[in-house]
Design a protein around this ligand. Structure first.
Ligand code: PLP
Length: 439
């Protein structure tokens, strides 16, 4: 009996009582390696002394001050640090409490920008079928996950969707990266023209797709072509790095690797590393200036935005990543993880694809490899893998989902940036056993 309304009320959960580095410990003393960082959140593991001290210091000094009265040193310092490292043109950070809120702010900023500059007819948002942008109504509307959207369709704004960049399933035989990227950029342009080029506000995409498909990186050059189409038609580019940003791919911002700077960039999960709930929307000077010199006010806001303790935690997370040179470790351990997965699972007839960037890695499972035939949804393979992994003291993030009409099963791995080579070996050994038992 629990008074908590859990995600899945019929499924009893172990009680987490402590964290120790990359492990979570339950009330029976059992340890679980957190190989998914929860959901790509806990990038510094669970008991980082420096972050805990920073939270304590800020909470003692001033836990919270409402942003209509004050700014705080923590918020100012965090924004300065994030913006100085951000892609060109992003000049300000709008702090919220998580990923969905960051996406809502991005959508509203895009819309208000066009109202401010006298193009109020720009109201359409285009996103991709393979995407998740959050569960609040605006973010859910632009997301492409049919199952999550279905019951709420009457409540959602009318968003439009194009094909994802998903080389494993979407690229034609013999098609080059260049040709595939061009085909997708042409599809986006056709959609913009179909809606009326001067009615489209923004195109929204995850730089590296997370939960809906399991760490799917774009092919080389995709985002540069997309950016060019957006610019040609005056459409803003919103990149959602809620999951893949903040160092997860080995770059602080995943779009650095694409050589593309968006107009709006959202971050969350790794920003607070799970020590505090925090997200942010990074805003281009163009949008910021239009609002400041226009109405002078972004018509939005939340009670907990710019929360001082959350900002202090995120600031310390950033300092730790720099001081401990963790982006280099993400790159090295990521290579090791993919290589070890290929060695352990690469020959398995049910493993279709192993992919990802940095410590953001996906394993796609198929019933039949040659035809890339997905498992039947009713098998609920992802649930079986999670169960087998937890039994072996391993947290991973398996998902099943419909992508372009196909049901796909994948496992997302997003271990903490502090993982050692030995930790990676232990993760792969346990995951290999769990997958074999579930299949
Ligand atoms: N965007 C992406 C890419 C995500 O993966 C998520 C959460 O999984 C969100 C947005 C929503 O973030 P939150 O759950 O913090 O609201």
């Amino acid at each position: 009996m629990s008074y908590v309304f859990h995600r899945m009320p019929n499924r009893p959960l172990p009680i987490a009582v402590a964290g120790d580095g990359i492990e979570v410990i339950d009330s029976t003393g059992k340890r679980y390696i957190d190989a998914s960082g929860g959901a790509a959140v806990s990038c510094l593991g669970h008991s980082h002394r420096r972050v805990i001290d920073a939270i304590e210091k800020q909470a003692r000094q001033l836990a919270y001050a409402h942003t209509s009265f004050f700014t705080t040193e923590a918020a100012e310092a965090l924004a300065e640090r994030l913006i100085k490292a951000a892609p060109a043109g992003l000049g300000h950070a709008y702090f919220v409490s998580g990923g969905s809120e960051a996406m809502e702010a991005a959508l509203k900023l895009a819309r208000q920008y066009f109202v401010e500059i006298g193009e109020p007819q720009r109201k359409h948002f285009i996103a991709r079928r393979q995407s998740y942008h959050g569960n609040t109504l605006g973010a859910l509307a632009i997301g492409g996950n049919a199952w999550r959207r279905e019951p709420f369709l009457p409540l959602l704004i009318d968003a439009h969707h194009v094909s994802p960049c998903y080389a494993y399933r979407g690229r034609l035989a013999g098609e080059s990266d260049e040709a595939y990227a061009q085909r997708l950029a042409d599809e986006l342009e056709r959609k913009i023209l179909e809606l009326g080029a001067d009615t489209v506000a923004a195109f929204v995409a995850e730089t590296v797709v997370g939960a809906t498909a399991g760490a799917v990186p774009p092919v080389a050059g995709y985002f540069r072509k997309i950016r060019a189409v957006c610019e040609k038609h005056g459409v803003l580019l919103i990149l959602d790095e809620v999951m893949c940003g903040m160092g997860r791919t080995g770059y602080l911002y995943a779009c650095e690797e694409e050589g593309v700077a968006p107009d709006l960039l959202t971050i969350a999960k790794g920003l607070g590393a799970g020590y505090q709930p925090i997200g942010a929307t990074l805003v281009s000077d163009r949008i910021y200036d239009a609002i400041v010199s226009g109405s002078g006010f972004f018509q939005h806001g939340h009670t907990y935005m710019g929360h001082a303790t959350a900002c202090a935690a995120a600031l310390e997370v950033q300092r730790v990543i720099e001081k401990e040179n963790l982006l280099a470790n993400v790159a090295a351990r990521g290579e090791q993880l993919r290589a070890a997965l290929r060695e352990r699972l690469g020959e398995d007839p049910h493993v279709g694809d192993i992919r990802g960037r940095g410590l953001f890695v996906g394993v796609e499972l198929v019933r039949e490899r040659a035809g890339k035939t997905p498992f039947e949804p009713h098998r609920k393979l992802h649930a079986a893998i999670k169960r087998e992994a937890m039994a072996r003291g391993l947290m991973v993030y398996p998902m099943g989902g419909t992508i372009d009409g196909q049901h796909g099963d994948h496992i997302l791995l997003a271990p903490p940036f502090i993982c050692t080579p030995d930790d990676i070996d232990r993760i792969v050994a346990r995951l290999g056993d769990a997958v074999e038992a579930a299949l």
